[in-house]
Design a protein around this ligand. Structure first.
Ligand SMILES: *Cc1c(COP(=O)(O)O)cnc(C)c1O
Ligand code: SF4
Length: 330
């Protein structure tokens, strides 16, 4: 392990996982937080914690547990029915030519709005056996030409573990495209070491879908991480989730999309938050997303405009929505 690798591991190992470890400056009922995290894990590493400027700001709300996660009952454990569309555990085959393949249980920070919050951070989510079975399924299904690695966060695997999975996937002739869905460039950019970028670059065509939700997340460190991946020849896209009280304003989303381009990340999806149980305090009405899209389209460069998508309940898949004002008399 070189010095840099040791340093991201150290940062991750210093993550706050219990209410008592929260800084004294954060005034919060620690007993209630304990109740929340006995259901849904907390994990806030010092880098992401350091982005909080004050209580209840957009960074705080993404990472610090809220009692409403357990006090409000709306929503579904598995809103997209990923398990129902899984031929083997940890692999979802919903679209004809591509699969979602979970290869890691852990994340660099546990987002409070996560649609897999029922299972992230639990070691049973992904096992050596589930990875083996997933690879076996992909090998046996020649229609699969695009594999999207997810989790948890695939980039929390060691370089060696990742190299092995990517090598196994590349050995399958019908797999043309590999994608990695990761929040690490945002939540633990130190993980993107030169060694990692160089290793990933060997597996082109490999795309990274990252996940930023607020302009305050676009830091110098994040910019370096994304630049390093781009320099290694890896195209970067961003999937942003629309979150009440965090980024549900046209001005915030516009600034975020513009800043993403400056760090060489192309906005891909803006998602309506999924109705996962324990996240209802983040939901926005559909018209909010349409209003934001209307404020982007034509008002900023087309490169800054993502697709606004809703994942239909129960596994219906993604649909993209357009704000077609010509259809109304308003
Ligand atoms: C989102 C998703 C994909 C990838 O969809 P794209 O629109 O191609 O980015 C694949 N499988 C599942 C189950 C998904 O939810
Ligand atoms: S990084 Fe992704 S999988 Fe992990 S908690 Fe956040 S949204 Fe969920």
């Amino acid at each position: 392990m070189d010095g840099r690798a040791a340093s991201w591991r150290k940062t991750l190992s210093q993550s706050i996982t219990t209410p008592d470890a929260l800084p004294a400056s954060i005034e919060i009922d620690r007993r209630l937080i304990q109740e929340v995290i006995s259901r849904y894990p907390m994990g806030v590493n010092p880098y992401y914690l350091g982005l909080i400027k004050e209580k209840d700001d957009p960074i705080y709300k993404q990472c610090i547990p809220d009692i409403r996660e357990i006090s409000e009952q709306a929503g579904f454990e598995d809103p997209l029915n990923e398990e129902g569309d899984s031929p083997v555990p940890g692999l979802t085959h919903r679209y004809p030519d591509r699969v979602l393949f979970l290869v890691s249980s852990r994340c660099a920070m546990y987002c409070r709005f996560c649609n897999r919050k029922r299972k992230v951070g639990r070691s049973s989510m992904v096992t050596k056996e589930s990875i083996r079975e997933g690879l076996f399924y992909i090998k046996g299904h020649r229609e699969i030409r695009d594999v999207l690695l997810s989790g948890g966060d695939p980039l929390l695997l060691s370089n060696r573990e990742l190299f092995q999975i990517l090598t196994d996937l590349r050995s399958v002739p019908h797999v043309e495209i590999i994608r990695i869905g990761t929040r690490v460039p945002c939540t633990l950019p130190q993980r993107i070491t030169p060694q990692l970028a160089e290793m990933l670059g060997q597996f082109n065509p490999l795309f990274i879908s990252t996940h930023f939700n607020h302009p305050d997340e676009i830091t110098l460190e994040a910019s370096l991480a994304c630049g390093r991946l781009a320099d290694a020849g890896i195209p970067l896209g961003c999937q942003t989730v629309l979150l009440r009280g965090i980024n549900d304003e046209p001005g915030i989303i516009r600034e975020l999309m513009r800043k993403l381009l400056t760090i060489r990340v192309r906005p891909y999806y803006l998602f309506q938050a999924d109705p996962a149980k324990g996240t209802s305090h983040f939901w926005t009405p559909l018209k909010k997303g349409l209003e934001i899209m209307a404020a982007l389209q034509g008002h900023t460069s087309g490169l800054c405009v993502p697709h606004f998508a809703v994942d239909l309940l129960g596994g219906g898949g993604k649909v993209t929505l357009l704000n077609d004002k010509r259809m109304t008399t308003e």
